[in-house]
Design a protein around this ligand. Structure first.
Ligand code: MG
Length: 161
């Protein structure tokens, strides 16, 4: 019998001038990037929390706390590979993953394919098991004094019971 579990992930980061704009592990051509202790990759952070949540493991902030210098400017793709190893050791494999990226910053569409491939590679699954959809924030980011990126991720894990 196949056991399945669903996980939900969410993250949001401010976009600030002068930071590299790395989302989904892909360096984007944009003058502002996500602020964060690590590389600030809100996409991969939401993915990791979804995977960890489905696997019943500790969340991202517990595993890689932003108070720990070890994770300063950390490459979130490397963290995602670590997370994949943890859920694999718990007997799970990722079935599929779906993502919504809402931002008033960079256009997502030109980078969708590269993001899907990077995330799939980190999780050792086929690219068509990862989907990415870009949305605009419709100016809602202007309600605060900063531009931002908001990400939701949902994942299905499977294992043999
Ligand atoms: Mg984050």
């Amino acid at each position: 019998m196949i056991q399945t579990r669903v996980g939900l992930g969410f993250d949001s980061h401010r976009l600030v001038e002068g930071r590299p704009c790395i989302l989904g592990g892909v360096l984007m051509d944009h003058p502002a990037g996500p602020l964060g202790h690590s590389d600030g990759d809100a996409v991969l952070h939401a993915v990791m929390d979804a995977v960890l949540g489905a696997g019943g493991l500790d969340d991202l902030g517990t595993l890689f706390p932003d108070t720990d210098e070890t994770w300063k400017d950390a490459d979130s793709s490397a963290l995602l590979r670590d997370v994949c190893k943890r859920v694999t050791e718990a007997g799970w494999m990722v079935g599929n993953l779906d993502l919504v990226i809402a931002t008033d910053g960079p256009r997502i569409a030109p980078y969708r394919a590269a993001m899907r491939k990077n995330i799939a590679d980190c999780l050792h699954i086929e690219t068509d098991c990862v989907n990415v959809k870009g949305k605009t924030l419709e100016g809602l980011g202007a309600q605060s004094d900063a531009a931002g990126v908001v990400v939701q991720a949902v994942v299905l894990l499977q294992r043999r019971a």
